[in-house]
Design a protein around this ligand. Structure first.
Ligand SMILES: CC(C)(COP(=O)(O)OP(=O)(O)OC[C@H]1O[C@@H](n2cnc3c(N)ncnc32)[C@H](O)[C@@H]1OP(=O)(O)O)[C@@H](O)C(=O)NCCC(=O)NCCS
Length: 189
């Protein structure tokens, strides 16, 4: 049995124009939109060009992530409109060793407005509320300038490379690693 994760946050993590909330059945439209980007499918479990049923199955998988001890899976919501603009996750299988990884994707029609950097900043600040978490890593392909810019804007710094990193879909790719460390003075509990 995996160790139980810390509880779901009482207040939705938020930064700038977005807040992070649990994934719900109302997010199938956002999931279908995400699935039109083949790279999102290559890095997660959402099939390319998902239909309603596949999107609902993806939602249900996200809803199980916390219970399964895998991490926190959030919908990125624009605060002003209540619109679901994307998805992000803090993956905590290595929490007992003090580190986690994070991932994020914004629906194609919502890109270019800075949602990803706000979401990653909210996700990272939430991470520092978790006892024992010292380091959050991102694995980004060298061509993915938008993701690298997102990482840097959210306070991540280059931390080397990882050869042959496995994507969720099974492929292996060379990645750049970006990392954020728990800020000095924040509570370790
Ligand atoms: C990466 C991603 C999440 C960025 O989301 P976003 O909300 O559009 O991000 P932003 O609007 O904040 O743009 C991020 C930065 O990248 C830049 N950018 C965006 N698209 C770009 C492109 N195609 N080429 C170069 N720079 C680009 C923006 O100008 C911005 O730069 P700035 O900080 O200097 O202003 C989004 O492109 C996406 O979902 N991609 C597919 C999934 C993915 O790659 N996830 C990350 C896996 S590591």
């Amino acid at each position: 049995m995996p160790e139980p994760l810390p509880p779901w946050p009482a207040t939705a993590p938020a930064c700038g124009r977005v807040l992070l909330r649990p994934v719900t059945g109302a997010d199938t439209g956002m999931a279908i939109s995400l699935s039109t980007d083949p790279y999102v499918s290559a890095t997660g479990t959402l099939p390319v060009a998902a239909g309603e049923e596949e999107a609902l199955a993806w939602v249900e998988r996200q809803q199980g992530r916390h219970r399964e001890g895998k991490g926190f899976s959030f919908t990125i919501e624009e605060q002003a409109s209540g619109l679901a603009v994307g998805h992000c996750g803090l993956w905590l299988q290595h929490l007992s060793d003090g580190y986690a990884s994070a991932g994020y994707a914004v629906a194609p029609e919502c890109r270019g407005r800075g949602f990803a950097a706000d979401a990653l900043a909210a996700l990272t600040a939430f991470g520092w509320s978790l006892p024992g978490l010292e380091r959050i890593e991102l694995f980004i392909e060298p061509w993915n300038t938008a993701s690298i810019r997102t990482a840097v804007r959210a306070g991540y710094a280059p931390a080397g490379a990882r050869r042959n990193y496995p994507l969720a879909g099974g492929e292996r790719r060379d990645m750049r690693v970006y990392a954020a460390l728990r800020p000095a003075g924040s509570s370790r509990r």
